[in-house]
Design a protein around this ligand. Structure first.
Ligand code: 2P0
Length: 326
C-alpha cells in the first residue's frame, strides 16, 4: 500500500487557457508542452488503516488549507475508482524552485496521481492516468509523458476523452529551456482565476480559441521535422496571444512586469543577431527561453546581464512518470 513516483514539470508551447467545465477541468482548447528535466516532484503515498484523515507534507512541512484540500479531494477520486476507503500519508519533495516560476502543480499532481494509484493497487494505462491527473490540475495531465505531449481537449461532457497523448519522445530532439527569474514580486492572479475571468469577460477569448488549430498543426509539424524556427515562432506568438486575452478581460490584468518586457525584447534582439532563441511566458512574470544546445553560452550570458534578472536556470527535455523503489 505504498508507492513513490517522480514527475517533471512541463512548459506549454501552445497554452492551456480557458475551461469549459471547471469541476471536471475540461479545457476549451488543446495544448502542447515539452516536459523538462530540471524541475520535478517526488511523491510517496502510503495508505494506512490507522489514519482518520489524509496527511500531506511538502518538503517536510505540513500543508493545510486550500493546497491540502486539493490533494485530499484528488485522493477521494482515487479511492472511488479503487473502491477502497483508506486514508493516506502523502509526502512530496519539490525540486521545483518556486522562484523559477514553474507551476509546481503540474509535476505535483502527476507524481501524486502515479503514486496514489499504484499504492492502492490500480494499474492504469498512461491515458487513464493522464485523464485522472487532469482532474487534479489541467496542465499536470501532460506531465505523464516525457518529451513533447499534447492534451487533447476531447468532446465528451464527462471528460472521458480529455487527456494527453505523446507527440515525440524525449530523445527525439535536444532543445533547451532557460527559466529566467526576476527579482520583482507582484500580487498574483492565480492561473485558475485568471483564465476564468478571461473566459467570462474577454472579447478576445473567441479569437484565441479559433487560432489554436492552425498553431497546433504548425507546431506539431515543426517538432516532428525538428524545425526550431517554426516551433519557436509559433510558441512565441501563441504565448503573446494568450497574454493579449488578459488585457481584454474585465477588470483587465496582465502577468507582465517591466523586466518581463525587457527579457522579451532582449530575446528578440538576440534573434536579430542570428541566435535562434524564442520566449514563452505562463501565468506569471517570469520568462522561459527556448534555444539550441550550441547557443547555450551566448544565451545564458545575455540573459544574466539583463537588469532585474536574478537567476537563470537551465533545463533539457525531460522524461515522463517514473516509479521509484521504496
Ligand atoms: C499551461 N497554464 O498550458 C497554461 C499556460 C498557465 C498558462 O496550465 O486550474 O495550474 O489546475 O487546471 O494547470 C496553469 O493552469 O490550472 C496552466 P488548473 P493549471 O501550462
Amino acid at each position: 500500500m505504498k508507492a513513490t513516483a517522480k514527475a517533471h514539470t512541463n512548459i506549454a508551447l501552445i497554452k492551456y487557457w480557458g475551461k469549459r467545465d471547471e469541476a471536471l477541468i475540461l479545457p476549451t482548447n488543446n495544448s502542447l508542452s515539452v516536459t523538462l528535466d530540471g524541475f520535478y516532484t517526488t511523491t510517496t503515498v502510503s495508505y494506512k488503516p490507522e489514519l482518520t484523515k489524509d496527511t500531506f507534507t511538502l518538503n517536510d512541512e505540513v500543508v493545510v488549507g486550500e493546497q491540502y484540500n486539493r490533494v485530499t479531494n484528488f485522493l477521494n477520486k482515487v479511492r472511488d475508482i479503487a473502491g477502497k476507503q483508506l486514508y493516506a500519508e502523502v509526502k512530496s519533495i519539490n525540486a521545483v524552485p518556486t522562484a523559477a516560476g514553474f507551476a509546481s502543480s503540474a509535476s505535483g499532481f502527476a507524481a501524486l496521481a502515479a503514486a496514489a494509484t499504484k499504492a492502492i493497487g490500480l494499474s492504469l494505462t498512461e491515458s487513464e492516468l493522464s485523464r485522472l491527473t487532469r482532474q487534479g490540475s489541467g496542465s499536470a495531465c501532460r506531465s505523464i509523458f516525457g518529451g513533447f505531449a499534447e492534451w487533447q481537449k476531447g468532446e465528451m461532457e464527462d471528460g472521458s476523452d480529455s487527456f494527453a497523448v505523446p507527440v515525440a519522445p524525449k530523445d527525439h530532439w535536444d532543445i533547451r529551456v532557460a527559466a529566467v527569474v526576476l527579482n520583482a514580486k507582484m500580487k498574483k492572479v492565480s492561473s485558475r482565476s485568471g483564465m476564468k475571468r478571461t473566459v467570462e469577460t474577454s472579447p478576445f477569448f473567441k479569437g484565441w480559441v479559433e487560432s489554436i488549430p492552425s498553431d497546433l498543426e504548425a507546431i506539431k509539424q515543426g517538432i516532428l521535422e525538428r524545425d526550431f524556427h517554426k516551433v519557436g515562432e509559433v510558441a512565441e506568438a501563441n504565448c503573446l496571444k494568450m497574454h493579449a486575452t488578459t488585457l481584454g478581460a474585465n477588470p483587465p490584468f496582465t502577468y507582465w512586469l517591466d523586466t518581463t518586457m525587457s527579457v522579451m525584447q532582449t530575446v528578440q534582439e538576440l534573434r536579430s543577431t542570428g541566435v535562434p532563441a524564442y520566449f514563452t511566458i505562463d501565468a506569471g512574470p517570469n520568462v522561459k527561453v527556448l534555444y539550441l544546445p550550441q547557443d547555450e553560452e551566448k544565451v545564458l550570458e545575455t540573459l544574466r546581464n539583463i537588469s532585474g534578472v536574478t537567476d537563470v536556470r537551465l533545463s533539457r527535455v525531460g522524461q515522463g512518470i517514473k516509479y521509484l523503489e521504496d
